[in-house]
Design a protein around this ligand. Structure first.
Ligand SMILES: [Zn+2]
Length: 300
């Protein structure tokens, strides 16, 4: 894609980007990652659930509100280095159709994508470029197989240059990412420096791709990058809860709150309240209050 730089949004290096023409002025939709599909029918917040958890269910709950589907790609590739042990594209497409029809309120589904973290590449033995080709091919194929269900394109890469090449690959496949309602940004959750993620997101905005979903973003990174994201997901609450005593009132029910909806919804409320309280990117010299710097979660 050739596109001149927007003077309104330079891809500023460092952690604190200024607001640009494409900055999201609405609060982002923050999906709570959970391994518990049973929460769907009553969750007061949007959920992010993996096909790995859902596909064994014979009957499904009806979703109370919007939710999004993860393909489970990170686990699949981290374990096996291939999608060969996962569902076939046709099988995954059939499941997405069922989730859409039977659970309802499916906002979007991730493709069977190929993450580009170095240890994943070591596992698959393939190059970044090959992972990108396969990711784009999955989007094209799943869209074809699901006949218009909302499969989102996901950008994969490791360097910023990789992600820009991935934009071109989508373009060659006939998918204009600037016109998509949502574009996933993969391979960000295990980066050490959240500043790199901010730079990447700002660069994507500069290329006109401004409706972005951050997969498994770090919560501290989320504070800095929220205005560059339309949505994000995190399962970090569960990791945090595992290392803590149960909430008052939970002690008789479980050892810790790693699978506890009370804990998860409270955590979600605190994170979204903190994000809403941020005055905006102009005053982005902030971090979350102590206690919010949880380890990264999510599945990518
Ligand atoms: Zn609990």
């Amino acid at each position: 894609m050739t596109r001149t730089s927007s003077p309104m949004l330079a891809p500023a290096p460092g952690p604190h980007h200024g607001p640009g023409a494409g900055a999201n002025i609405r609060p982002l939709t923050f999906y709570l990652g959970t391994h518990q599909p049973g929460w769907l029918d009553a969750a007061p917040v949007p959920l992010f659930i993996s096909d790995r958890r859902l596909r064994s269910y014979k009957t499904f709950p009806r979703a109370a509100r919007l939710w999004a589907l993860d393909s489970g790609g990170f686990t699949e590739l981290a374990r096996y280095g291939t999608w060969d042990h996962g569902p076939t594209p046709a099988g995954y497409a059939r499941q997405i159709r069922r989730y859409h029809d039977e659970i309802g309120h499916l906002a979007w589904a991730a493709p069977q994508d190929w993450m580009c973290e170095p240890f994943i590449l070591a596992k698959t033995g393939l190059t970044v470029v090959e992972h990108q080709h396969r990711t784009v091919a999955s989007v094209v194929q799943l869209r074809d197989l699901t006949d218009g269900l909302p499969i989102i394109p996901v950008l994969q890469g490791w360097t910023v240059g990789d992600y820009l090449r991935c934009i071109s690959l989508y373009e060659r496949a006939g998918i204009d990412l600037t016109a998509e309602p949502l574009v996933g940004v993969g391979s960000v959750c295990r980066r050490q420096a959240t500043t790199q993620t901010g730079t990447l997101l700002a660069t994507l905005h500069e290329h006109g791709i401004r409706r972005l979903h951050g997969f498994g973003v770090k919560i501290t990174g989320l504070a800095r990058s929220a205005y560059l994201l339309t949505s994000a997901d995190s399962t970090a609450w569960s990791f945090a809860a595992r290392g803590q005593p149960p909430l008052p009132g939970c002690g008789t029910r479980h050892k810790n709150c790693a699978n506890c909806p009370r804990y998860a919804y409270r955590w979600h409320h605190r994170v979204t309240a903190s994000l809403a309280a941020q005055p905006g990117p102009q005053l982005s010299l902030f971090d979350f209050p102590t206690g919010f710097d949880f380890p990264t979660g999510g599945s990518r």
